[in-house]
Each structure stands twice: as structure tokens, then as C-alpha cells.
Design a binder for this molecule. Structure first.
Ligand code: 4NP
Length: 201
């Protein structure tokens, strides 16, 4: 008989390090419409603000139906018309994502529930947030509605423009909170926002 082996334990959660990039995972159901849109929008904001390297981004779906597929053509077109390219192939969210990412940003309440079920302890559950919690105007926009980014997949085409607008407002708010150190765990502050170019008078 070999030596007694204790039950393998998973590695401890990654301790946030100063200067480590903030890692964000955007999550929807299929990973072909909403979360690739959020990833593409955030990538464009990160590039605009010179934060490549300081923020890492990915997206995933809670379901597996579309694994390997590129973003939905309607989502890609809505984004392209607004200057954002959608890229990547769909993948399913997995428990290990809680080790790699600082924040998992759910597009709707069902995604939030599914992700929290996948989390293995309270510290992992605490990493799951609704993306639209970060839209500072969300309550004014729809005071009586929830904070879902509505699923556009089976709806008429207009839903994709709405997804883009909602996701853009929330990503701007999220980036501001990351800069202010309000989310994403303890770390050195992100570099300050570049000064706006001087205006011609
Ligand atoms: P997403 O949209 O979650 O924003 O990627 C959907 C994509 C596919 C399906 C539902 C929603 N589907 O049922 O296949």
C-alpha cells in the first residue's frame, strides 16, 4: 500500500498583487451576443484610455450550445456600425474561471444565479456582479425595471442596438470604478485618464 494520500485540495484563490492586471470575464447565456459585445466594447475603451496590459478581458456563456462559434452576425453588425469589432469563439464558463478572474460580470439575473451556483465558496460568489450595476444612470433610465441586458437572440433586430447602448454605458461606469479602486480587489491604482486634448478656441 502506498502512503496515505490526503484528498486533493484546490489551490488557494489567487491573492491580488499590486500591478497585476485586473481580469474581467463578461458572461451571458450563449456567449455569442451580449457578452462578446461587452468584451468588444470594453476592449475599445481600454485601448482608448491606454490601459492595454492593465486590464485583461474575456467572455463566456453559461450554456454550451454555441461553443466554438463566432459572435452572432447581428451583434457583430450592430457593433461594427458603432466602431467596435467583435472577435473570438464562444466557450462555456467553468469553475476555474473564478481562480483566473477578479470580476465575473453577468448580463442578466439568470446568468448571475447560474454563475453563483458554479462558484465554490463565498469569496468566489462575491466576484459575480451584474454588469449594469455599474451604469450610473441605470436607475434613471428605467426606474421600475431590473438591471438585465435583455437577451436579443430571438427578438427583432432592434434588440442588438439596445444591447450595445446598455453595455457601453455600463462598461464606462465599470472602468470609472476600476480607476477609483472601488472594484477589482486591492492593487495599485490604474494609470490616470489621459488629459483631454486642448480645444481650439
Ligand atoms: P447571448 O444570446 O446569451 O447574449 O449570447 C443568446 C444566444 C443564444 C441563445 C440564447 C441567447 N440560444 O438559446 O441559443
Amino acid at each position: 500500500m502506498g502512503a496515505h494520500r490526503s484528498k486533493p485540495t484546490r489551490p488557494p484563490a489567487r491573492a491580488p498583487r499590486a500591478n497585476a492586471p485586473v481580469r474581467l470575464l463578461f458572461v451571458c447565456l450563449g456567449n455569442i451576443c451580449r457578452s462578446p459585445t461587452a468584451e468588444g466594447v470594453m476592449r475599445a475603451l481600454v485601448a482608448r484610455e491606454g490601459l492595454a496590459g492593465a486590464i485583461e478581458l474575456d467572455s463566456a456563456g453559461t450554456g454550451a450550445w454555441h461553443v466554438g462559434e463566432p459572435p452572432d452576425a447581428r451583434a457583430a453588425q450592430a457593433a461594427r456600425e458603432r466602431g467596435v469589432r467583435l472577435e473570438g469563439a464562444a466557450r462555456q464558463a467553468r469553475a476555474q474561471d473564478f481562480e483566473r478572474f477578479d470580476l465575473l460580470l453577468a448580463m442578466d439575473a439568470q446568468n448571475l444565479r447560474d454563475l453563483r451556483r458554479l462558484a465554490r465558496d463565498e469569496s468566489e460568489r462575491a466576484k459575480v456582479r451584474l454588469l449594469r450595476e455599474f451604469d450610473p444612470a441605470a436607475d434613471d433610465r428605467e426606474p421600475t425595471r431590473d438591471l438585465d441586458v435583455p437577451d436579443p437572440y430571438y427578438g427583432a433586430g432592434g434588440g442588438f442596438a439596445e444591447v450595445f447602448e446598455l453595455v457601453s454605458a455600463a462598461c464606462e461606469g465599470l472602468l470609472a470604478e476600476l480607476r477609483d479602486g472601488l472594484v477589482g480587489g486591492p492593487r495599485d491604482a490604474l494609470p490616470p485618464r489621459p488629459a483631454a486634448p486642448a480645444r481650439a478656441s
